[in-house]
Design a binder for this molecule. Structure first.
Ligand code: NDP
Ligand code: 8X3
Length: 265
């Protein structure tokens, strides 16, 4: 059953990885995606691709989720254009470096905190009030296994993802008398541009994160997001941890197993 056809979903970080896969899955389900990210060329290309492929009109907006005034202007613009946002997927996020805390860079810390925590807050503060006023809507935050456990040198990134989990839980308390749902999807290792960004373009080092690992693909996470969004209105998935079968904790990964086949029937 498709319960979300005809809805509109804002997806942050739609220019790559998990966000892009979510946008594709939503469009395929007949949901109009509003693509958000900083790389205009990618937004434009994805919107153009989704329109004829799925029939879903795809909107896009170049936006840095750290820019609070920009986020507020974006929300105002949607309202003026008569775009009702039913779903918000707070996916934009990043890690920078893998430094010991006492050697860490303030610049990296600011970027992670401003994007992963304040970016989620900026978007949520701008779009959630209209959902509350309508008494329906769904916010899905992309957290991480790093929001459940820490790993050596993960310090500030792990702290940001713990914050996302706490915000999801806490916001649910605030939303108890409404029909608005908030969920977090917390993946383990996903093969995206994440490590390339973390290691500032060092392909060799980034590639090592996935060496011999049958990692999650962005589509696997999008499938989980779609399940959560499509659940009956009485069902609120608070939190879903999705790990590769070869990963049972942030640092317990079985490397070298053959990649699994994905049989479709
Ligand atoms: P990618 O690097 O492939 O994608 C990240 C996306 O976030 C890009 O579209 C990027 O777009 C966007 N983004 C980053 N900063 C900003 C910003 N300031 N404003 C707007 N958009 C921004 O990584 P993933 O797809 O893997 O990451 C998506 C989410 O999943 C993140 O929150 C990450 O923490 C989380 N995650 C990832 C895991 C993994 O192993 N890959 C595991 C668990 C969680 P642009 O640069 O165009 O702005
Ligand atoms: C990304 C997965 O394990 O690198 O959130 O933190 S991990």
């Amino acid at each position: 059953m498709n319960r979300i056809r005809g809805r509109t979903a804002v997806v942050t970080g739609a220019t790559a990885g998990i966000g892009e896969a979510c946008a594709r899955a939503l469009a395929e389900a007949g949901v109009r995606p509003v693509l958000v990210g900083r790389r205009t060329d990618r937004l434009e290309a994805l919107a153009a691709e989704l329109r004829p492929a799925t029939g879903a009109e795809a909107l896009w907006h170049t936006l840095d989720v750290r820019d609070r005034a920009g986020v507020e202007a974006f929300a105002r613009r949607l309202k003026e254009d008569g775009v009702r946002v039913d779903i918000l997927i707070n996916n934009a996020g990043l890690a920078r470096g893998l430094d010991l805390l006492h050697e860490g860079s303030h610049r990296d810390w600011d970027e992670m905190i401003d994007t992963n925590i304040k970016g989620v807050l900026n978007m949520t503060r701008a779009l959630l009030p209209a959902m509350v006023a309508r008494d329906e809507g769904h916010v899905v935050n992309v957290g991480s296994i790093a929001g459940h456990a820490t790993y050596p040198r993960g310090n500030v990134y792990c702290a940001t993802k713990h914050a996302v989990r706490a915000l999801t839980e806490s916001a649910n308390l605030d939303l108890v008398d409404t029909g608005v749902r908030m969920s977090s999807i917390d993946p383990g290792l996903v093969e995206t541009e994440f490590s390339l960004v973390r290691f500032r373009g060092d392909r060799e080092r980034a590639g090592r994160s996935y060496d011999g690992v049958d990692a999650l693909q962005p589509e696997d996470v999008a499938e989980a997001v779609m399940y959560v969004l499509n659940a009956p209105p009485r069902v609120n998935v608070l939190n879903m941890v999705v790990l590769p079968t070869v990963q049972r904790s942030p640092y317990l990964i079985s490397r070298g197993r053959p990649a699994s086949a994905d049989a479709e029937s």
